[in-house]
Design a protein around this ligand. Structure first.
Ligand code: F6P
Length: 368
């Protein structure tokens, strides 16, 4: 749709889908205030698309007006005032069958229909790769959509950075830093598992900043013996402790399957590595999983500001008729990129990237 063919905008809606990330509320606030500034009405949809399919969500209206008052004072808040879900794909919603088993049903047409009934001229869908794929599919069905990239994993190719990532790195770096003193005091090996199913951005950035000795990421398969060698080498040079950072989706080079369960959730690699390293080195070894701490709490200033910029840019896209796009940070600019390109493939850590090279120059082992 071009700017000239865009009908006059009167009402937009906003939703948040998939796992939360620090900065969601800042996007909601910026988009709402910018839209109100244009003279448009703004609706909030609860729990992804569920608010459109169900009149009430948890006893509250599924769709409700976002006023200036409703978004007051939320820039710094974690989570999302709209709620979210990782089980709300309208193209395949889980439903209990009469025989008690679970099946899937496609309710995407109802979403498009409901948005028409509510006279929503454009939807700002804030999400990661899964949610943006859904948004793109809805756009192809005729729903005017603008995507806003969110994920702590930072694995969306079309944008240099997603909001939420830097906060997660900050939290993880702090945790890695705290492990040093206890690891050194006990001469232990500490294995810390960070989020990152398909990509190792959080592990790489926080491992580097936090002074990890070994960083294991999905993009660089590891050999256990190389990790063991690194720990022994440190022992020989009287640094009798080691910090090993492992992304949850890391995998060994021997072709073993990753640590994902049937639903695609990851867990267990840190425990397993700690046991293997302990057995091979004879050193006391401990593991911990930082988990959702990386996603919770207040966004740092960088993520607040990026999220505010994304929210305002999404409104500019609607004003200019640039629909079916996603706002993206490219260099210092916020640009609109086609949603289809944005969800095309993931941004993985290039094994020969400058960040990886820098870490290697500092003596960090990637277990390869
Ligand atoms: O994609 C974001 C993310 O935090 C991943 O890093 C992690 O694997 C996943 O979500 C966890 O999902 P859930 O909150 O559903 O357990």
């Amino acid at each position: 749709m071009t700017a000239s063919s865009l009908p006059q905008v009167r009402r937009i809606a906003i939703n948040t889908g998939g796992g939360d990330a620090p900065g969601l509320n800042a996007v909601i606030r910026a988009a709402t205030l910018a839209a109100l500034h244009e003279g448009w009405e703004v609706l909030g949809i609860r729990r992804g698309y569920m608010g459109l399919l169900e009149g009430d969500v948890d006893g509250e209206p599924g769709v409700f007006p976002l006023t200036a008052n409703a978004v007051r004072g939320i820039t710094h808040l974690g989570g999302t005032i709209l709620g979210t879900t990782t089980r709300g794909n309208p193209f395949g919603l889980e439903v209990r069958q009469p025989d008690g088993t679970w099946g899937r049903v496609d309710r995407s047409d109802e979403i498009v229909q409901r948005c028409r009934e509510l006279e929503i001229d454009a939807l700002i869908a804030i999400g990661g790769d899964g949610s943006l794929n859904i948004a793109h599919a809805l756009y192809q069905k005729g729903l005017p959509v603008i995507g806003v990239p969110k994920t702590i994993d930072n694995d969306l190719r079309a944008t240099d950075v997603t909001f939420g990532f830097q906060t997660a790195v900050e939290v993880a770096t702090d945790a890695i830093g705290r492990l040093h003193s206890t690891a050194e005091a006990h001469q232990r090996v500490m294995v810390v598992q960070l989020m990152g199913r398909h990509t190792g951005w959080i592990a790489l950035q926080s491992g580097l900043a936090g002074g990890a000795d070994v960083i294991l990421i999905p993009e660089i398969p590891y050999h256990l013996d190389r990790i063991v060698e690194k720990v022994r080498e440190r022992d020989r040079s009287r640094r009798r402790f080691s910090i090993i950072v492992v992304a949850e989706g890391a995998r060994s080079a021997d072709g073993e399957a990753s640590f994902a369960d049937a639903s695609g959730r990851y867990g267990g690699i840190a425990d397993r590595l700690a046991a293997e390293i302990g057995a091979a080195t004879g050193k006391e070894t401990r593991s911990l999983v930082l988990g959702h701490i990386q996603r919770g709490g207040e966004p740092i200033a960088y993520d607040r500001s990026l999220a505010l910029r994304f929210g305002a840019a999404a409104v500019r896209c609607i004003r200019e008729g640039s629909l079916g796009t996603m706002v993206a940070l490219q260099g210092n600019d916020i640009r609109a990129v086609p949603l289809g390109d944005a969800v095309h493939d993931l941004k993985r850590v290039p094994p020969d990237s400058e960040l990886v090279t820098t870490a290697r120059q500092l003596g960090v082992s990637f277990g390869d």
